[in-house]
Design a binder for this molecule. Structure first.
Ligand SMILES: [Ca+2]
Ligand SMILES: [Ca+2]
Length: 530
């Protein structure tokens, strides 16, 4: 109580008002005082720094170079900060923890020397790869670095402009996440939007050894890039805001995965975000549904996915805009390829946290943050109708409900929250029960203890998605090669062939995939890009 009062007195506006009050002056109306008090308290709550457990306290020397204030009310904040910082060391570092040991001048002089080795001291994008390494950055940071130093306008970057840019970056941004955002984001933005990733990913497509076969299919560059961007946002943008912050980057494995790209020549080994095989699976699944190939699927198209395994009611919910970006889905009743990426990953990996949120939003029909018994019954009704049509006697809703409540064990009776579903680690079984008949029946037939074992095993990888993508890729490649063999009339050879090793399948796959993609892109050429 004492502390609160002291800090209230430090609010310069309030101090004046308190002084008036103290003198018994009528000028300050109680209502105005209350309002002012409330707004001051709110500002204080907002200014309360995010405390990160385990973050080491910085040495006192770093206080001098404290970055810009974050407060929406700098006036008030400055006063509070100035007083508080005397006693409490700073512990909130939105731009990363400054490292007192790192010698920026040394780094900058190394960069200068590296530029000396380049003709005219002007680096093109290829040379920028070497500069990135001198800067201690992963290779694929080169395009963002090149662009941040103004390279895309002239086609090269001079030592002078690069060093000026890098000096500024080093003094304001202290960890990789903060630097990465600064390099990629639009001017004065502290977050990344989807299009900010395009130049970096185009460079990966153009220069990664595992994607050279895509050179001849430029039509597919944007499809691959769209897929990777959606996968990045699906995994990293945990807030669903469409804006990736430095905190979200830090909490994700994105930068580590990006750094892996330069060490791993086989891009399919990098199953997070970048795998070409995963892209191929997603795109083929979409292509099968998008019968007129205009890069959109209708509600009827989407319901054909996996032999109509998903219920109409859940598909309807997706098309109501519960989980999609923009208004196209609701207004025009069509889903873009980007939205399909979210659907497919969510459908095939219902243990993924984003997937759990995705389906929760869909099932929470009234949007009150709780799955009520009414909502569960609504979805189960269609499952029952379907089972009856198949001659299967469904479990009565009441019995099923008991089963599900036992599975989820919600904290509050009769109300299932997102937290309950995440905690119970059975969300996939729960969701399939309510809207995916094929998978529901599949779970039912399995030994319940086997499922339990699966969960308890808790092995970190592969995810349901990884498993699905690998299986589907093999099926697709087998289909393609069977077709190719058939067309060539060498079916005998195919039958006597030794089984191919996984790596051979991969290589073969890439070739086949390219040819089949080219075939598909031939059909797509008249269609505008997204
Ligand atoms: Ca279509
Ligand atoms: Ca609800």
């Amino acid at each position: 109580m004492m502390i609160k009062e002291t800090s209230l007195r430090r609010d310069p506006d309030l101090r004046g008002e308190l002084a008036f009050l103290a003198r018994g002056c009528d000028f300050v109306l109680p209502s105005r005082f209350k309002k002012r008090l409330k707004s001051f308290q709110q500002t204080q709550i907002q200014n309360k720094p995010e405390k990160k457990p385990g973050t080491p306290l910085p040495p006192p020397a770093t206080f001098a170079s404290s970055p810009r204030p974050l407060s929406p009310v700098p006036h008030v904040n400055n006063v509070v900060n100035a007083t508080l910082s005397i006693n409490i060391p700073r512990f909130y570092f939105p731009e990363g923890l400054p490292d007192a040991c790192s010698n920026h001048e040394q780094t900058l002089s190394r960069i200068e020397t590296a530029f000396m080795d380049i003709e005219d001291q002007k680096a093109d994008i290829y040379e920028m790869g070497k500069i990135a390494k001198v800067c201690g950055c992963p290779l694929y940071w080169k395009t963002p670095m090149f662009r941040a130093a103004g390279g895309e306008r002239t086609g090269f970057v001079s030592a002078q402009s690069f060093i000026a840019m890098w000096r500024k970056l080093l003094s304001n941004h202290h960890d990789d996440a903060s630097k990465f955002i600064c390099l990629l984001a639009k001017p004065s933005c502290s977050y990344l939007e989807q299009d900010d990733f395009v130049p970096l990913l185009q460079d990966v497509v153009d220069t990664h050894p595992g994607l050279t076969f895509l050179k001849d299919a430029p039509e597919f560059h944007s499809r691959y890039i769209t897929t990777v961007i959606q996968r990045i946002f699906y995994t990293v943008n945990r807030s669903w805001s469409g804006k990736i912050t430095a905190t979200e980057i830090r909490k994700s494995n994105f930068l580590q995965t990006l750094a892996l790209l330069e060490e791993e020549e086989d891009i399919n080994q990098i199953t997070d975000y970048f795998s070409y095989e995963h892209f191929y699976v997603i795109y083929c699944k979409f292509w099968e549904l998008d019968s007129d190939h205009d890069l959109y699927v209708s509600q009827a198209d989407l319901s054909r996915y996996n032999d109509q395994a998903s219920s109409n009611r859940i598909i309807e919910r997706i098309f109501s805009g519960a989980v999609t970006r923009g208004k196209t889905v609701q207004k025009e009743g069509r889903m873009s390829y980007a939205d399909f990426v979210w659907f497919l990953i969510s459908e095939e990996d219902k243990r993924n946290p984003t997937s759990i949120e995705y389906w929760f939003r869909c099932m929470d029909v009234d949007g009150d943050g709780v799955l009520s018994m009414y909502e569960l019954e609504y979805f189960y009704e269609e499952q029952c109708e379907r089972m009856e049509a198949m001659g299967i006697e469904p479990l009565p809703f009441h019995d099923l409900l008991c089963q599900m409540l036992d599975l989820v064990k919600p904290a509050n009776d009769g109300k299932i929250t997102l937290r309950d579903l995440k905690r119970c680690r059975m969300a996939h079984i729960f969701y399939d029960t309510f809207f995916n008949l094929e998978k529901y029946l599949d779970h039912e037939q399995r030994d319940p203890f086997a499922v339990q074992k699966d969960v308890e095993n808790d092995s970190p990888e592969p995810s349901d998605w990884d498993r699905f993508a690998a299986e589907e890729y093999e099926t697709l490649v087998a289909e393609e090669s069977a077709q190719a063999q058939f067309q060539e009339g060498s079916f005998e050879d195919y039958e006597t062939e030794e089984p191919a090793s996984p790596s051979e399948i991969g290589n073969k796959g890439n070739k086949i995939v390219t040819s089949s993609l080219s075939e598909k892109c031939g059909k797509l050429q008249s269609v505008d890009e997204e």
